[in-house]
Design a protein around this ligand. Structure first.
Ligand code: EPZ
Length: 429
């Protein structure tokens, strides 16, 4: 299994191109199941999760072809991919595939809308918590879908199609909002979704569905209205920039010091995280095509953070921010409100010399003068990258094991950091 070796202490200077968003690309790819026409997605990041979803979609009958490269970049960066689901050959999503990748559960929405049935394995728990699917079930039931659960599978049927209806989310869910939006775009009538997730990836999916002929308004607010149409067509859509990758590199610069332009991204995708970063004393300035991040000399101020659904501070940047706070001039608190078990990085950061006390959903971090390199590993991609951030400022050598977690969500991480002066290399085994 590959590992990443990092020698800390170098400042970061240069330009980092930001890739298309993993968490937008996945639902957009799944939306290709809604039409027999070709959906062309540009700026699809080259990631293990994307490759895995391509295999899963192929299982349902989606053909794909890859072409196009972003100019100025080597081959292998974000790609243009054409997806065509001329015929759906299988409406079952088996345990072997769904358990490997939770987002593949989301095929339930388009399969139901287009084929009137879906048999989808329950995803089970994952490293960051139990992650139930009750909201998906209740939401689909509100749109007339019959659902029973047997042998670890959800059997869902909508023989007369998705019906008009209304669903009020008792709690916001990104994935369940994606699924209801996809299902409702082919409904027999109007669908209202209340307390919907407002993440930019939801808006991106709605934009793509509208380009395919759907009639969706309100995405990005908590009320989404969908007027069902009888069929969707193909479209061409560009995946929005990855706000989590953007925030991760911004925090890396804050941690290592230096002067970096994050290119092909937008500050408006992560205002809360950037404001938090400014409070640490890091200079963050939006530019026409990205964000300029700078920290020269000055120490890091401790800042308290609580994760929240968008537009709040994202849970997907919690581990990275905690890594940053391990070097702050004082004590900070990081509270996780979205997932109950998203603190696996705490023990690993401690191996590098961090001083973190965990109590319930809050970590109290007392900044230390020095971190020291060590062998570390993590069981989720954001936790893994938090170790990379810490390693950039640690004395000596850190080896991050289980690199496949990083490959799930960060396109060419070691190359992007190396180009800015970091000492990072992949050790193949
Ligand atoms: C998406 O997961 C992202 N994944 C996650 O990113 C992200 O952390 C999360 O949204 C929150 O922003 C993708 O987009 C592929 P949720 P999702 O449904 O949709 C609870 C990463 O690192 N819930 O918004 O699965 C759930 O347990 C990943 O890239 C229910 O209780 O998250 C959680 O506490 C990790 N019942 C909360 O809602 C349900 O039926 C929010 O989860 C569904 C969810």
């Amino acid at each position: 299994m590959d590992r990443i070796r990092i020698v800390g202490g170098n400042r970061l200077n240069g330009v980092i191109p930001i890739s298309g968003a993993k968490n937008a690309a996945l639902p957009l790819m799944i939306a290709s199941l809604l039409t027999d026409d070709t959906l062309t997605l540009e700026n699809v990041p080259h990631l293990a999760d994307v490759e895995q979803l391509i295999r899963i979609l192929s299982n349902h009958g989606v053909d794909y072809s890859v072409n196009g490269r972003r100019q100025r970049q080597d081959s292998g960066y974000s790609r243009t991919i054409h997806f065509t689901a001329r015929d759906i050959v299988d409406t079952t999503a088996p345990y072997e595939l769904v358990s490997k990748m939770r987002a593949s559960f989301w095929v339930i929405g388009p399969l139901l809308a287009r084929m009137g049935e879906a048999r989808v394995s329950l995803p089970g728990g994952c490293a960051i918590g139990t992650r139930p699917v009750d909201l998906f079930i209740d939401g689909l039931k509100a749109l007339g879908v019959d659902i029973d659960i047997e042998g670890g599978y959800i059997n869902a049927r909508a023989p007369k199609g998705i019906q008009a209806g209304r669903y009020d989310f008792p709690k916001q869910s990104v994935g369940a909002t994606h699924v209801l939006m996809m299902a409702a775009s082919l409904a027999n009538g109007a669908v209202e979704i209340h307390n919907a997730a407002r993440e930019p990836e939801v808006t991106d999916l709605a934009d793509c569905l509208n380009a395919m002929g759907a009639c969706i308004s309100g995405a990005g607010t908590s009320t989404i209205l969908i007027e069902g149409v009888s069929a969707l067509s193909g479209a061409r859509h560009r995946v929005l920039p990855d706000r989590i990758e953007t925030g991760t590199y911004a925090m890396a610069v804050a941690m290592a010091g230096g002067d970096v332009v994050l290119e092909d991204t937008s500050a408006s995708l992560l205002d809360a995280a950037l404001d938090t970063l400014r409070s640490t004393g890091t200079e963050v300035t939006p530019t026409n095509s990205g964000i300029h991040v700078r920290r020269n000399g000055a120490g890091l101020e401790p800042v308290d953070v609580t994760t929240d659904p968008f537009p709040g501070f994202p849970t997907d940047l919690q581990a990275q921010f905690m890594a940053l706070m391990t070097r702050a001039n004082g004590t900070s608190r990081v509270t996780e409100t979205i997932f109950e078990n998203r603190f696996m990085h705490v023990q690993e950061l401690a191996r590098l010399g961090a001083d973190i006390a965990l109590s319930g959903q809050t970590a109290t971090i007392t900044g230390v003068d020095t971190l020291k390199g060590a062998q570390v590993m993590a069981t989720d991609l954001r936790a893994s990258v938090s170790l990379v951030i810490a390693a950039l400022a640690a004395e000596g050598e850190t080896v991050v094991n289980r690199v496949y977690h990083l490959d799930r969500g960060f396109e060419r991480l070691e190359e992007k950091l190396t180009r800015c002066g970091a000492t990072v290399e992949r050790l193949s085994s």
